[in-house]
Design a protein around this ligand. Structure first.
Ligand code: GBH
Length: 472
């Protein structure tokens, strides 16, 4: 972490794509309009006490009604691609049955609007808004949800398969499984270790079924992808015990997804570490063939690093990142692994800023999966932005982006086949259990007026996207 990571003037390959990312529930609002059904995030956010300030996605950025304005905003930032997610409950209000034409129409207008402006559509099929009706049948704990996801993928593949540049099946299945069913910090708020592990598998299965379905119906030879939040895990000491703590977190956090998806097998040590929780009998013999689909590009989300050791004391530990082991852990079976506080600086989320982790992650993935093309599908930071005379001089965000892009550039120089970078996020939005209290946008949203204002980081990014070169 001693390297400077502040280089200006660095040039990216001509084909490198600079884009930005959002997600449906975080920006759209209009939750009861045009036949949209409720999702688990509607239920969760409307349950008192689960989201900061009782915030919900009911209005969010009102993107649903401001589509044209937001498309023009993207164009003004010279974006070469836009990563958005499709809300499953807009397409199938109960997660099953025929497509809702109004739901398809909204995304069709979005996709056409992007193409008309020369912006490539990168569509995520699932960014956490599971139809509530499917959760009521067991959600990701049950196999039938993965099968329903395959049917949903076929519907959107048929509708948009001629126009999508890259399909991304899932956004961060780690979060869906372990925060949704393990720690309960995310919807549906379940705290049960076996449910979390069942969710891991059914999400993996959903990924494979979705790619198979779209491949059959899409007509323009699209790229297939998945977005994973892979963990950079560092040991507190050089001890064998701490090395084993790293191994456990890498198994649960990374290899539980990259194993089946890219290598066609779950890691043996994952089964061993979790054998007190489950026998994994919900994994059927043919499932790994379904999950192990070639990926045209692997999507990587990166924000920060993790520092772990084996808990030396007795009784329940309190981890520096706030997660507790009692009453719901996001790390089933890793009860003796402790997450330690890390040196700053930090973002407003309390996450340490460590660009070297991004370089390390990309180079490590390149070593594990030689020749695998990758893209950074999310990277960015929440800061306390100040509005001064109508402008937002978010120098801390520019610094964060510059340093991480420098890290990415170093990875490219080491042979990593990195195809693009998507800043999280296009605009301030509903930050899940933090509600509107954290701002990740390069564009500010005033939540009283819903007026969008480009921050200095947006202007900086627009220059980068136009020139393929990091501004000095
Ligand atoms: C991404 O997830 C999401 O894709 C996006 O929707 C979101 O807005 C954005 O990042 C910013 O948060 O072990 O419980 O203490 C964030 C990935 C994974 C980062 C979990 C924090 C520690 C959680 N997060 N991690 S915990």
């Amino acid at each position: 972490g001693n390297a400077d990571y502040r280089d200006g003037g660095l040039e990216f390959p001509a084909s490198f794509i600079f884009g930005s990312a959002t997600a449906s529930y975080q920006i759209e609002g209009a939750v009861n309009e045009d036949g949209r059904g409720p999702s688990i995030w509607d239920t969760f956010s409307h349950t008192p006490g689960l989201v900061v300030n009782g915030n919900t996605g009911d209005v969010a950025d009102d993107h649903y009604h401001r589509l044209e304005e937001d498309l023009d905003l993207m164009k003004s930032l010279n974006l070469q691609a836009y990563r958005f997610s499709i809300a499953w409950p807009r397409i199938q209000p109960t997660g099953r049955g025929p497509a809702n034409p109004a739901g398809l129409d909204f995304y069709s207008r979005l996709i056409d609007g992007l193409i008309a402006r020369g912006i490539r559509p990168v569509a995520t099929l699932y960014h956490w808004d599971l139809p509530q009706a499917l959760e009521d049948e067991g959600g990701w704990r049950v196999r039938s949800t993965a099968e329903a996801f395959g049917d949903y993928a076929r519907i959107v593949g048929e509708a948009f398969g001629d126009r999508i540049h890259t399909w991304t099946t899932l956004n961060e299945p780690w979060c869906s499984a372990y925060l949704g069913y393990g720690s309960g910090a995310h919807a549906p708020g379940v705290t049960d270790p076996e449910s979390a592990l069942r969710a891991v598998h059914h999400l993996n299965l959903a990924h494979g079924l979705a790619i198979m379905a779209i491949r059959e119906v899409a007509s323009n030879n699209p790229q297939f992808s998945v977005t994973l939040n892979l963990h950079v895990v560092r040991p507190a000491t050089g001890s064998d015990e701490d090395a084993d703590a790293v191994r456990q977190i890498e198994a649960l956090g990374n290899r539980a997804f990259t194993g089946p998806m890219l290598l066609g097998a779950y890691p043996a040590d994952l089964f061993e570490d979790t054998k007190e929780i489950t026998d994994w009998s919900f994994v059927f013999s043919n499932d790994l063939h379904i999950i192990n689909q070639p990926l045209d590009v692997l999507g990587v989300n990166y924000y920060s690093t993790n520092l772990v050791r084996v808990w030396p004391g007795d009784g329940p530990k309190q981890n520096a990142d706030g997660h507790k082991d009692v009453g719901g852990s996001p790390w089933p079976g890793a009860g003796r692994v402790e997450f330690l506080a890390q040196p700053g600086p930090y973002t407003e989320m309390g996450w340490n800023i460590e660009p070297s982790g991004l370089e390390e992650l990309l180079v490590s993935l390149h070593g594990q999966f030689p020749g695998q093309p990758m893209m950074i599908t999310e990277n960015g930071a929440a800061f306390d932005d100040v509005v001064e005379d109508g402008a937002i001089h978010d120098v801390d965000r520019i610094d964060y982006l510059r340093r991480h892009l420098t890290a990415a550039h170093r990875a490219v120089q080491q042979g990593v086949d990195l195809r693009g970078y998507f800043v999280w996020s296009l605009m301030d939005n509903f930050e899940w259990s933090y509600g509107y209290s954290k701002r990740f946008g390069i564009v500010r949203v005033d939540y009283d007026t819903l007026v969008r204002t480009r921050k200095d980081s947006a202007l900086w990014y627009a220059e980068l996207a136009a020139s393929n070169r990091l501004p000095d």
